[in-house]
Design a protein around this ligand. Structure first.
Ligand code: HEC
Length: 433
């Protein structure tokens, strides 16, 4: 299986990655490569940097500043000390992840016996005049399936879910969720990102952290104004009190912060919902976890009016209209409209038939990801346009890996690192000939 995958495709600037997903067999996942029309890369010649990502559980912005929780470190964290000013042992990430997953740790309420506390990820970076390229490799449980819908004789219900969800914990549903690899990137304009990285975006009120009630969200002026029904990642600068998601600034103030570059890019490779169509999400975090403008890669396959899936597989091409239980995880169960032209609408009565909950609505849009890169235009201006600024500053980056059928807090994360595109850094992008 050799799938091309591009992040941020645009004529001007791309960070690209492709997947040679030896995912299931060798349990080894690589993302990296190049898109059609871009420089061929001999990855064996590109410097590799090994990072350790660890399990952070519920270590939110607020937990880190709570004297009773983050003992002896709350005031230092609040005043802006970097995490690694204290967490600086050679094997600190391994120690921390193991401690949180040992059981009975306040940061992880669910016992996850056998789950490793950390994962090593090898990262390579390269660039040419137009694009930057990243390649990631790691070993893990890299499922690339996504939950399905299943007809139970009466109605279509979700089948499968992320491992930490209650029905999965209770054994009522199988653990099914796509593997994802994400990068958060700051060009130096987000206060404290260099010191405290992704943790700046992780707050009480979000899905795994005392989630806000529907009523509270509906009553919140900012979330109402941006038409959102929950609290997602946000940067401290978007709130008057960073520890209170309800204290949102006005849209005008937020727009000013955005225009001044005070947001982080969030670039996410998804094993199920973007990789099969050669894509990667391009988003950013400021007052919410936003997507950049342009068309999304995926959409729900459930028709909200009829409560039925919109599409099933074209049996002539896929071999069946639905996926049977024994085929989950065994082959490429991607419902891609372009490849399934003539994908049929489901009829009632296909009992036990399942099919993917998500379908790519328009593969043309998927490949083009039109306009989904505004967040990174500064990359080109500053580093990659060949005009060479010798004094270019490196980017501050944080990585997250969701593997093992997991989402939200179940990821592995890195402390902040630097990525140099024409600059010295922890991860140095190699200039391609
Ligand atoms: C002033 C030093 C200091 C700073 C700065 C600091 N920590 Fe800590 N952190 C500690 C200490 C000490 C503990 C152990 C507390 C305990 O034993 O209860 C800890 C505990 C933790 C834990 C729980 C797992 C463990 O190792 O016990 C996490 C997760 C954590 N810190 C993350 C962070 C992050 C993320 C930042 C930056 C935003 C940060 N820390 C900043 C000193 C610090």
């Amino acid at each position: 299986m050799d799938k091309r995958n591009s992040i941020l495709p645009d004529a001007k600037m791309k960070i690209l990655a492709a997947s040679v997903a030896a995912v299931v067999a060798a349990r080894f996942c690589r993302i990296g490569g190049q898109d059609a029309g871009t420089t061929a890369i001999d990855w064996d010649k590109i410097t590799a940097t090994r990072l350790t990502l660890f399990y952070p559980g519920q270590s939110s912005y607020e937990w880190l500043r709570d004297a009773a929780a983050h003992k002896g470190a709350a005031s230092e964290t609040a005043r802006g000390d970097s995490c690694v000013s204290c967490h600086d042992d050679a094997k600190e990430e391994q120690r921390q992840g193991a401690k949180i997953l040992r059981g009975n740790h306040p940061l992880e309420p669910i016992a996850l016996p056998g789950k490793p506390g950390h994962v090593d990820v090898t990262i390579q970076a390269a660039y040419d005049d137009k694009n930057a390229y990243l390649r990631y490799q790691w070993k893990g449980n890299n499922n690339i399936e996504y939950p399905y819908y299943r007809y139970d004789g009466k109605e279509w219900k979700v089948y499968g879910g992320p491992r930490l969800d209650k029905p999965v914990q209770e054994g009522k549903q199988p653990a099914i969720y796509e593997t994802r690899m994400s990068l958060m990137l700051d060009d130096g304009k987000v206060p404290l990102f260099k010191e405290q990285g992704c943790w700046l975006t992780c707050h009480e009120g979000e899905r795994d952290l005392n989630p806000a009630t529907k009523e509270d969200v509906a009553a919140d002026p900012l979330l109402k104004a941006i038409k959102k029904s929950d609290v997602r990642k946000y940067l401290p600068s978007s709130r008057n009190n960073p520890s209170d998601w309800k204290s949102g600034k006005s849209l005008d103030e937020i727009a000013r912060i955005k225009a001044a570059g005070g947001f982080v890019d969030l670039i996410q490779w998804r094993g199920h919902r973007t990789n099969p169509v050669g894509g990667t999400d391009d988003g950013y975090v400021l007052e919410y976890r936003n997507f950049d403008s342009g068309k999304n890669h995926f959409a729900s396959n459930l028709d909200s009016a009829t409560k039925q899936p919109k599409f099933m597989f074209d049996a002539g091409k896929f071999g069946a209209k639905a996926v049977s239980a024994d085929q989950v995880g065994k082959k490429d169960n991607f419902l891609i409209q372009e490849q399934q032209r003539g994908a049929v609408r489901p009829e009632r009565g296909l009992e036990g038939g399942r099919h993917p909950a998500e379908v790519c609505p328009d593969a043309g849009g998927c490949h083009g990801v039109r306009g989904r890169q505004q967040g990174l235009r500064h990359l080109e201006g500053r580093h990659v346009d060949g005009r060479g600024r010798a004094s270019a500053e490196p980017y501050n980056v944080g990585f997250a890996l969701h593997d093992d059928n997991i989402t939200t807090r179940g990821h592995y994360v890195s402390y902040t690192k630097t990525l140099g595109i024409g600059a010295k850094a922890d991860i140095v992008a190699v200039k391609l000939p």
